[in-house]
Structure formats: C-alpha cells, structure tokens
Design a protein. Structure first.
Length: 298
C-alpha cells in the first residue's frame, strides 16, 4: 500500500455515548496504535484489550478503535500511531524480490518518520539561524528553564504579595471612608437635633423651651438664665447634710450609706429606706440627669 496522508494522530471529544472511533491513518500492526484519555488536564493511559479493541490493521484507508466504556462528556480520546523502530525484512541473495514486501518496508519507514515528526512538532526548537555556540545541551537547557520557572514563580509570589498589600490598603481606605461617612451621618443627626429648636434628646422631634420640658423638684432646682431662642437653664442639686452626695475637688461623688449600697454590680438603693430618707432624692435625680446626658440627651 501507499501512505497518502501525513496524519498520524487524531482526537475525539467524548459524549458519554459514542464508543466507535474511525482512525484516519493506516497502521500495519495493532501494537503500533497508542491511546490516552485526557481528563481535567491529566492523561490516563489506555491499554488494548482492557480499554479498547482495534480493527483494520493493514488497511490503507485506516481502521477503527472501539472503547469498551464510552468517553464521558468533557473527556478527550487521543489516538496516535507509534510503530517500533525496527527493520524486519530480510532479503536472501539470489532469491525473489517481491514488490509487496519491499513496499511494506518502505511504508514502515515512512510511518516511523511521521511518528518522529509528530514528536518533533511538539518539541521546543531553536530557530534554524541560531549559532551552534548558543544551542544548549539538554541538561543546560533544563537548568535554564528551571531557573526561569523559579524566577517566574517568585515574581508571581511577589505580585500576589503586592496585590494583597494593595488590597489591604484598599480595605483600610474603605474603612476610613466608612468611618468618615458614619461621622458625617452623626454630624447630620446632631445638626438635625440642633436646628434652632430646643431638644432634650436626639429622638425628640418636637421643638420647645427647656423650662417646658424639664421639671425640677425633690432637691433639684432650675434657674432660667436666658430666655428666648438662646434660652439657657441652670440645674442645681441641693446637697443636704447626709444626702449621700459630696462635691469635692471639682467632682460629684455618691456616698454609700445605710440606704445606698455600693457593690461590684453598681449602686443599689433600699426602697424602704428611701421612703424614710427624702434627702436621698437628689441622689436619684442626679443619677437620672447623668444617665440621660450620657445616653445622648441634652
């Protein structure tokens, strides 16, 4: 036969159904055919008889490979011809010179050359004009390639680190922006609560005067300092003797006593004792004022 095609390798996409695959190139022996199943960037070697069967050896038009299990969707079946590099024709002196035998030997040589060319086509080659002195042997070439690979990996690591730092900077900037936005919202809230109308807490939506909103008594007195739109009010707490309050060194202190118990959980008041000690009411009034101020009032 003749070798009319330069094809020596073919591939088929699996679909989970098809098992028969035509080979578009001739082969002399079934052992000349090799096959792998490519799955998720990995090649899985296949064996004749275990994974597939062949038909058509010696047929000039090619043959057929039949898989015992159909390749799944996403898998690729790759089949190629790889004859052993041998010369098995032996001519005897003065014997006949059969044309078919001679042609078969030439066909085998052509198939071997095509198999080698297919491998060369997948190899990394220097340009034909490369000076001989610049052509590295395989060991030197692999060392150079390994060094380039390591440098590329380090560059990738450095780039990832830079990207991570940039991401952190972006996160910090985003955090600063959020904090600024929260501060702006808080400022807007405060501005809304001081729109020229007297408010005693951020949630107080209605404007009005302080004197109308605060009621003095029980040891708490108020003094109107300035009326009108700029109204100001002074609140005074009467510190009676043994009232439980002490003002010293610029600080207001609550003193524990029989009716006021100081514990790790806070200051406790004895309701029964409080009923008999009206002078303790300024303590409660003061506590309410302080709590109100600390929770966003005034």
């Amino acid at each position: 036969m003749t070798i009319a095609t330069q094809t020596s390798k073919t591939s088929f996409a699996g679909n989970g159904v098809t098992t028969s695959f035509p080979l578009p190139f001739p082969f002399q022996r079934e052992a000349d055919i090799k096959a792998v199943l490519r799955r998720e960037d990995a090649d899985i070697p296949l064996s004749q008889g275990t994974h597939y069967t062949l038909a058509g050896a010696g047929n000039a038009a090619g043959g057929t490979l039949t898989m015992l299990i159909p390749p799944a969707t996403g898998e690729t079946l790759v089949v190629w011809r790889a004859p052993a590099i041998v010369q098995e024709v032996d001519y005897v002196e003065n014997a006949s010179f059969p044309a078919e035998t001679h042609e078969a030997a030439l066909d085998l040589l052509t198939m071997i050359c095509q198999s080698l060319q297919e491998q060369i086509d997948r190899a990394v080659l220097y340009p034909v004009s490369t000076p001989d002195g610049d052509v590295l042997d395989s060991s030197s070439f692999l060392k150079t390639a390994a060094a380039s690979r390591d440098a590329a990996r380090q560059s990738a690591i450095d780039a990832a680190g830079s990207a991570g730092q940039a991401g952190k900077s972006a996160d910090d900037a985003s955090g600063d922006a959020r904090r600024a936005e929260n501060a702006a919202d808080a400022a807007a809230h405060v501005a809304a609560s001081v729109d020229g109308l007297v408010k005693v807490s951020p949630t107080d939506a209605a404007g009005g005067s302080l004197t109308a909103k605060l009621s003095a008594g029980d040891g708490l007195s108020e003094t109107l300092l300035d009326a009108g739109a700029t109204e100001s009010l002074r609140l005074s707490v009467a510190l009676a003797e043994s009232s439980g309050l002490e003002f010293a060194s610029g600080r207001l202190r609550i003193l524990p006593g029989p009716e006021l118990r100081l514990s790790p959980s806070g200051l406790g008041v004895d309701p029964a004792g409080l009923a008999q000690q009206p002078i303790l009411r300024p303590v409660i009034s003061t506590a309410r004022i302080l709590n109100h101020a600390m929770n966003g009032g005034f």
